[in-house]
Design a protein around this ligand. Structure first.
Ligand code: PLP
Length: 374
């Protein structure tokens, strides 16, 4: 298998697995209990909190562990609404957010949601944010890097605008964390969501950074996480997250391989477009439109030869609906359905990328030969 679907989820790193194992074994204590075994579990939480705070340049008390980014996004968005006690009910966001944000917002009838669009390159103009904020705006929620195209939004600039206008700012940083530099302490971002399983930690663990002094209501009532998120902590997951976040960066190598993949595919095939190339992009993601080809068929054909990629976000695929991200960028439905996402990680090798490109090019040529008038 050549795994090129790392924006959906990643392999657990060996060092991360090793950091988890004691808590699957003898170190099964409850961090809230007074015993020595409990104290050791509590120390594991602290170690992880310190590693994360060091990496994201935040105070350890600004980190709240959650079950993942879907929960973090819920906590940030619902918390911001409650924060203003119903006095502000407008939320400004974008049409290309992850379903974890969009579906939550769609479900809240009391919230006035402003969905900003992007241009053909996936770009968002910060002036659009400024124009959309009113005195009724509780929150601006804009993702940092898009999970389908890798396009990066200027979140710091947007956060500053939100702050000047008296609104809170949240970013879904799932695909950005570890790939783009972050200094939470000096940033105007109030709330930032991240997830372990995109970083070579397991599923079911993530976090929300909450700016010091911002008192949101508890996400889950209980005493853990300083009263913000009740429930016995996922000690094993938290230990994993602390280890994963500190893995040495291989972003440069990954970007070189992503660029190689694009070069090989584009030089082997006519009528292919990489989406978002005129925008800043994270270095591991490539969204390629293969004109005239049914993306689902191509995806299945390459999987038969061992290449794992995807058509859009993992939780959306499986349906025949075209990607909302690509549609928001102005692609036609047929173009969106002809698009595949390839996302790389530290575990991809040059030979794998060369082999994957060869398989993708020949599968796409076969598909076009079968249907030359598409
Ligand atoms: N936000 C983005 C941008 C994502 O890519 C994902 C994962 O697919 C999520 C949120 C949801 O994260 P989790 O699986 O941790 O709930």
């Amino acid at each position: 298998m050549i795994y090129l679907d790392n924006n959906a989820t990643t392999r657990i790193a060996p060092a991360v697995k090793a950091a988890m194992l004691p808590y699957l074994d003898d170190e099964f204590g409850n961090p809230s209990s007074q015993s020595a075994i409990g104290a050791r579990a509590k120390e594991a939480l602290l170690r992880s909190r310190l590693a994360i705070s060091d990496f994201v340049k935040a105070s350890p008390t600004e980190i709240v562990f959650t079950s993942g980014a879907t929960e973090s996004n819920h906590a940030a968005i619902l918390g911001a609404i409650e924060h203003f006690s119903g006095k502000r009910n407008r939320i400004v966001t974008t049409a290309v957010e992850h379903p974890a944000t969009l579906r939550l917002l769609q479900s809240r009838k009391e919230v006035e949601v402003v969905l900003l669009s992007v241009d053909r390159q996936g770009r968002l103009d910060p002036a659009q944010i400024d124009a959309a904020i009113t005195t009724n705006t509780a929150l601006v929620s804009v993702m940092w890097a898009n999970n389908e195209t890798g396009v990066v939004f200027p979140v710091e600039e947007i956060a500053r605008i939100a702050k000047q206008r008296g609104a809170l700012f949240h970013t879904d940083a799932v695909q950005a964390i570890g790939r783009l530099p972050l200094n939470f302490r000096d940033s105007s971002i109030d709330l930032l969501s991240f997830s372990g399983h995109k970083l070579h930690a397991p599923k079911g663990i993530g976090g929300l950074l909450v700016k010091k002094g911002l008192m949101l209501p508890p996400f889950i009532i209980g005493s853990q996480e300083r009263g913000r998120r009740g429930g016995t902590e996922n000690v094993m997951g938290i230990a994993a997250l602390g280890e994963a976040i500190a893995l040495p960066s291989e972003n440069g190598e990954i970007e070189t391989l992503r660029n190689l993949l694009e070069e090989l595919v584009l030089s082997g095939l006519s009528d292919c477009t990489v989406n978002g190339t005129a925008s800043p992009r994270i270095g591991n993601t490539s969204s390629i439109t293969f004109s005239g080809i049914d993306g689902e068929e191509l995806l299945m054909a390459i999987e038969k030869e061992g290449i794992i990629a995807s058509q859009s976000a993992a939780c959306q695929s499986g349906g025949r609906k075209p990607s909302h991200v690509l549609i928001a960028m102005g692609l036609q439905e047929g173009e969106a359905k002809a698009t595949l996402r390839f996302s790389l990680s530290r575990y991809n090798r040059r030979e794998e990328v060369e082999e994957a490109a060869r398989i993708i090019v020949s599968a796409a040529r076969r598909a076009r030969a079968r249907n030359p008038f598409a």
